[in-house]
Design a protein around this ligand. Structure first.
Ligand SMILES: Cc1ncc(COP(=O)(O)O)c(C=O)c1O
Length: 414
């Protein structure tokens, strides 16, 4: 489950040629440690997988999966566009050097501020998610504004319910039966140009048939020149999880597009999780071990830096760094936060865990940095890029001053 450059060695783990022990000593724990070469290679692989089959494809990184200027910037360097939600992610993509023309903006509840920011930046397309978006764009636009229309295709994708976005009753997009009315509404607006349709059915999906079903659902609607098929491809987190390569995903999506929509359309895809998840590990230090009915091995992070287990029961496969073989104990790998639900992995076999050991949790490159938080005053963890034996701090750890910085009311009793 470790990133491609990982080499377990005696007492340590090398990542991008860098010693994890040294990184932990230098930057502290918890820390997100990212294999930069693997990320660049993955970006190229995604781009090539699609453009080799359908040259008119833009791969836009779904920046919600890793909203860091450093990560987005690296993917921009590799020629990817950006999918942003709202003004905040737009700001990050622009700071990362993204070409506004290659940015699409999503959001099921875009405010005037979000839409104004998109218009000011002159982004490629705003994705209309509901009728209120149409009203807002019409009210704010001063020039012709290209949009896509997000369709809710009514597909119950085979994933955790918290990750399904395209089923009947989803909060995202416009149900198929309301799409003709939305198109008619847009067509009455002189400053909105409808270029095409969008569908995204959820995240961590391995059933390729479901992606094809979404394309087929779009084909029941009026034809356009542009189709954005979102992201959603699943990745393995633990041994035994299915493996569906980006090449297979691209092959099925493009084949479905050619069959149902035509070979001449412009295509966009928005991978997030599948692009970034496998290239990062999180490094923790074991703080305490309690033996009882269960053995609790507690580390210095948890739901403050990885909400995936609590939010949608994601399993991970942690390892004690340097203890690659030996007798194992079945333990609860828990965090330091005041919730019994703060369990990184329940019932996991670890090799002789001891206080002070480093633990790595692989496949944390998607949505962990995104959802990091300050629960119990935790400082948000740093991001360290590793490449060719050089460890580079991309995002530093938050400070206690920053934790207090927004408290403008301190001492202002009235
Ligand atoms: C519109 C849209 N596109 C792309 C994605 C990225 O999905 P994933 O990270 O599963 O690839 C999401 C995330 O849910 C999304 O809402």
């Amino acid at each position: 489950m470790l990133p491609p450059s990982a080499v377990p060695v005696e007492g340590d783990l090398l990542l991008g040629g860098c010693s994890l022990k040294t990184i932990a000593d230098r930057f502290g724990t918890p820390a997100y440690v990212l294999d930069e070469t693997a990320l660049r290679e993955r970006a190229r692989r995604f781009r090539d997988a699609f453009t080799s089959l359908h040259p008119k494809t833009t791969v836009c990184f779904a920046s919600k999966a890793y909203p860091s200027v450093s990560v987005i910037g690296l993917l921009v360097e590799e020629g990817l566009g950006s999918d942003v939600v709202g003004a905040g992610e737009l700001m990050m993509a622009l700071a990362a050097g993204a070409d506004p023309a290659g940015i699409v903006m999503h959001g099921n509840a875009k405010s005037d501020l979000d839409i104004q920011a998109a218009l000011d930046a002159g982004i490629g397309r705003i994705v209309v998610d509901g009728f209120d978006d149409i009203d807002r764009i019409a009210a704010l636009a001063t020039a012709v504004t290209p949009v896509l229309l997000r369709v809710s295709p009514g597909i119950e994708s085979a994933t955790h319910s918290a990750l399904a976005t395209g089923g009947v009753g989803a909060k995202f997009g416009i149900p198929v039966d309301q799409v003709p009315a939305a198109i008619a509404r847009i067509e009455r607006e002189p400053l909105i140009r409808l270029d095409g349709l969008h569908a995204h059915i959820g995240s961590q999906i391995f059933e390729l048939d479901q992606f094809e079903a979404a394309v087929a659902a779009l084909a029941t609607l009026p034809r356009f020149g542009v189709y954005d098929l979102g992201g959603g491809l699943g990745v393995p987190y633990v041994p035994g999880d299915p493996i569906v390569t980006v090449e297979r995903w691209a092959e099925r999506l493009v084949r479905a597009v050619h069959r149902h929509l035509g070979a001449d359309v412009e295509l966009l895809v928005e991978p997030g999780r599948s692009l970034v998840a496998p290239v990062q590990v999180t490094a923790y230090r074991i703080v305490t071990i309690k033996h009882g009915v269960r053995t609790h091995v507690a580390v210095d992070g948890g739901m403050g830096d990885n909400l995936e287990p609590s939010l949608y029961g994601q399993r991970f496969a942690p390892l004690v760094v340097g203890k690659w073989r030996g007798p194992t104990q079945t333990v609860e790998l828990v965090g330091r936060h005041c919730e019994s639900g703060d369990v990184l992995v329940s019932g996991v076999d670890l090799v002789e865990p001891e206080v002070g050991d480093l633990v790595v949790v692989p496949v944390t490159g998607a949505y962990c940095f995104t959802m990091s938080n300050n629960y119990n005053g935790a400082l948000k963890a740093p991001v360290v890029f590793c490449r060719d034996g050089v460890a580079r701090l991309a995002v530093r750890r938050e400070t206690y001053d920053e934790l207090l910085a927004r408290e403008v009311g301190v001492g202002a009793a009235d």
